[in-house]
Write a protein that binds this ligand. Structure first.
Ligand SMILES: NC(=O)c1ccc[n+]([C@@H]2O[C@H](COP(=O)([O-])OP(=O)(O)OC[C@H]3O[C@@H](n4cnc5c(N)ncnc54)[C@H](OP(=O)(O)O)[C@@H]3O)[C@@H](O)[C@H]2O)c1
Length: 306
């Protein structure tokens, strides 16, 4: 059975393709991108690379033809993705896809959760459930990579971790663990109708993670909690747009500040305080920790502090 991946050229998608190629023949993978030339190397290895654009629904039906399972990797236009995901879900149903797996987000059942991502994901999950295809929701926690690898160098350089997350706790997860879970569900059986909450192994506040970064790197760092307005001002000064802008990365950050500030508030107010054993349930091994990610990146983090 052929497996389709949207977002195949992105960080999540490329990692998923690499891991899938260890389990299935390249000819079983249908990789979707707006720019097929980005995936020329994977086409040369035997994957089917097809052009598809969430904003051009007609391109998707053709792109999904012949696929049995679809990994819908959520789009990047945070706060405005439902229409894009709807196009992908409709196209999958029209193309005869039997099972759709979706990269969603934890903590979205509570309507009081202020995170802007909540709306995109809960609405997309609703559309998928109503589609009559089999489904699996892969609800990922906050990626540790975003905080340690992407934001980490700035934290080390300034020796300050400034955030509006207060003392809220969350169980950050390695993106690679999320991808391993997706690959297990895509290539395994018995995952239809399941909602997985894919988290790291322990709940931690930003203050605790900051102290851990200090201890491991030997560089003193302070956690500086700020309110939402101050957090907006910081992002504004960095030139990060408030609303989503496609394919725009500022200091390596692809998101908009409405997303990030509401996300910090959701952590602060306890909506992401969820820790499960679903990584182990899906992969057969425990989730990796934030400590392990700091240790793995210790040289890069120390160099950023110099
Ligand atoms: N849990 C977390 O903390 C967290 C953090 C970051 C991201 N995420 C989630 O993970 C997802 C993927 O992240 P990533 O790091 O892999 O993103 P990324 O590296 O920026 O890649 C984005 C992907 O989206 C595709 N894409 C964008 N607009 C598209 C469109 N109009 N039609 C079709 N494809 C489109 C791009 O494909 P082409 O350019 O090849 O067309 C690309 O493959 C995000 O959307 C988000 O939902 C979660």
């Amino acid at each position: 059975m052929k497996i389709i991946l949207t977002g195949a050229s992105g960080q999540y998608g490329r990692s998923a393709v690499d891991k899938l190629l260890e389990r299935v023949p390249a000819s079983d993978l249908i990789l979707i991108t707006r720019k097929p030339e980005k995936l020329a190397e994977l086409a040369a290895r035997g994957c089917e690379v097809r052009r598809g654009d969430y904003d051009e629904p007609s391109s998707l039906v053709e792109a999904f033809a012949g696929g049995g399972r679809l990994l819908l990797i959520s789009g990047t236009r945070v706060g405005a993705r439902v229409v894009q995901h709807q196009a992908a879900i409709d196209a999958a149903a029209a193309a005869g896809v039997g099972h759709i797996l979706y990269t969603s987000f934890i903590g979205i059942d509570d309507p009081a959760n202020p995170a802007e991502v909540r709306h995109d994901h809960i609405e997309t999950e609703r559309l998928i459930r109503e589609s009559r295809m089999q489904w699996t929701m892969l609800r990922d926690a906050h990626y540790a990579d975003a905080m340690i690898v992407m934001a980490g160098p700035g934290v080390m350089a300034t020796r300050q971790w400034v955030a509006n997350a207060g003392d809220g706790r969350e169980a950050m997860v390695w993106r690679e663990d999320c991808v391993d879970c997706a690959v297990a569900a895509l290539t395994g059986e018995g995952h239809g109708g399941k909602v997985y909450e894919i988290t790291g192994p322990e709940l931690q506040s930003f203050a605790e993670v900051t102290a851990m970064m200090s201890e491991i790197t030997g560089v003193p760092i302070d956690y500086v909690p700020v309110d939402d307005e101050a957090q907006y001002a910081i992002f504004d000064a960095m030139g990060i747009p408030r609303r989503p802008v496609d394919d725009q990365y500022v200091s390596g950050i692809p998101w908009n500040s409405d997303d990030m500030v509401t996300f910090g508030r959701a952590i602060r107010e306890g909506f992401l305080q969820i820790c499960t054993g679903d990584v182990e349930r899906l992969t057969g091994r425990p989730a990796r920790s934030v400590r392990e990610m700091i240790e793995e990146n210790i040289e890069m983090l120390r160099a950023a502090a110099e």
